[in-house]
Design a protein around this ligand. Structure first.
Ligand SMILES: [Fe+2]
Length: 388
């Protein structure tokens, strides 16, 4: 039995890595990039900094900075048209998960045409689009090191999972200095997303020795540092650990897939426009409690790697500590309940069956240690509402 691992061809990791963009472009044989980003990155000056670094190296770049959070197909069409009409040899994706996911989709649609739903799971998209150089500014979705992108089908309010070698960036520049300005809410939501990636990769039915090693390393980095970055945004040591942890968590779940939290999270995000990391955070304690008994040793390993359980704790103790820690983390990081976030209770309960169907169809719940039935999923959505 063997496992296929897909990684970026190049990773530049550490302080100032993003300033190496011209060298990375040259190494890939590219010199005519399109930068894909969002209005916030323009406002913060990150796009201008990147363009300066490129122009100083004699590289002209063009810009599409209109990507949206939780991207829809409509939101990327102007970017796709730019790629079709332009003569770009590469895409530089600068921002959080949404610009990077948008860039991956634009890379494929711009080169091969069609609609995003043509490329959704279970299709395996192995076509090479324009090479993407991903520069994440959050720690994070791990999108810089995954073979996935998520684009929302706005007609159906469905987050489409798209999978394949074609969505793996050619290069990833992992520069924690870009996360120093992330506000606490973004730090918390993206950090819990990264933690969820590591836990879900480790308990996934598709876990393997390679993904395990990356997931455990990610948990050891994220566990002691998530609170630090939330309370002390300028804690460089904690930011560096979180950034590397988020990328390793991305590598882990790209090789092992995510599971029930992500499966249930996407419909909440699509119907109620909850940021991805936040809907994961709302789900993580309840879904972990539901799943524990089907993989107690694995969850105990997670508790020890995160640092909430002692190496000497037995499995049951470590499991109890894990659920308690996930609840405490949500409290300390001020994660709202679905009601506190402003989700309409009646609509949420009306949509439970639809959300359960969409969750199952995504394939992710099938990787969970305990695979829920439709009825159990509907009950779980209720339990999440009541934060049980
Ligand atoms: Fe995620």
């Amino acid at each position: 039995m063997s496992n296929r691992i897909i990684l970026p061809r190049l990773m530049e990791v550490g302080a100032g890595a993003s300033r190496k963009t011209p060298e990375i472009l040259a190494a890939l044989g590219c010199n005519n990039p399109l930068i894909i980003s969002d209005p916030m990155m323009v406002k913060l000056g990150y796009v201008a900094n990147l363009q300066t670094v490129l122009s100083e190296a004699g590289v002209d770049s063009d810009l599409f900075a209109d990507t949206l959070p939780e991207p829809t197909e409509a939101s990327i069409l102007a970017g796709v048209a730019k790629v079709r009409d332009g003569n770009y040899d590469s895409i530089i994706a600068l921002g959080g998960g949404s610009p990077i996911d948008s860039a991956k989709a634009i890379s494929i649609l711009g080169k091969f045409g069609g609609q995003m739903r043509d490329y959704k799971f279970p299709r395996d998209v192995s076509e090479p689009g324009l090479p993407v150089i991903a520069i994440p500014t959050t720690a994070g979705t791990g999108s810089e090191a995954t073979r996935f992108t998520i684009i929302t089908d706005a007609d159906k309010d469905e987050k489409m999972l798209c999978v394949g070698l074609g969505f793996m960036p050619a290069a990833a520049l992992i520069d924690y200095e870009l996360t120093l300005s992330a506000p606490p809410r973004v730090t918390a939501d993206t950090g819990i997303d990264a933690l969820t990636h590591a836990i879900e990769a480790y308990v996934s039915a598709k876990a393997n020795p390679y993904s395990d090693s990356q997931a455990l390393a990610a948990m050891r980095l994220i566990g002691p540092n998530l609170r630090r970055t939330y309370h002390q945004p300028d804690d460089r040591e904690a930011r560096e650990a979180m950034m590397l942890g988020a990328t390793l968590a991305g590598v882990a779940f790209s090789a092992a897939s995510v599971a029930l939290v992500h499966g249930m999270s996407r419909p909440i995000g699509a119907f109620f426009h909850v940021p991805h990391g936040l809907s994961n955070a709302m789900l993580l304690p309840t879904v972990t409690a539901f799943s524990l008994d089907s993989a107690p040793e694995r969850y105990a390993d997670c508790a020890r790697a995160i640092g909430t359980a002692l190496q000497s704790d037995d499995t049951a103790t470590a499991n109890a500590k894990l659920v308690a820690e996930l609840r405490a983390l949500n409290q300390e990081l001020e994660v709202p309940s679905p009601a506190e976030y402003g989700i309409d209770e009646q609509r949420y309960f009306e949509l439970r069956a639809t959300m359960a169907e969409q969750a199952l169809a995504s394939g992710s719940p099938g990787n969970n240690p305990r695979v829920p039935s439709v009825d159990e999923l509907i009950d779980l959505y209720a339990a999440v509402w009541h934060q049980q």
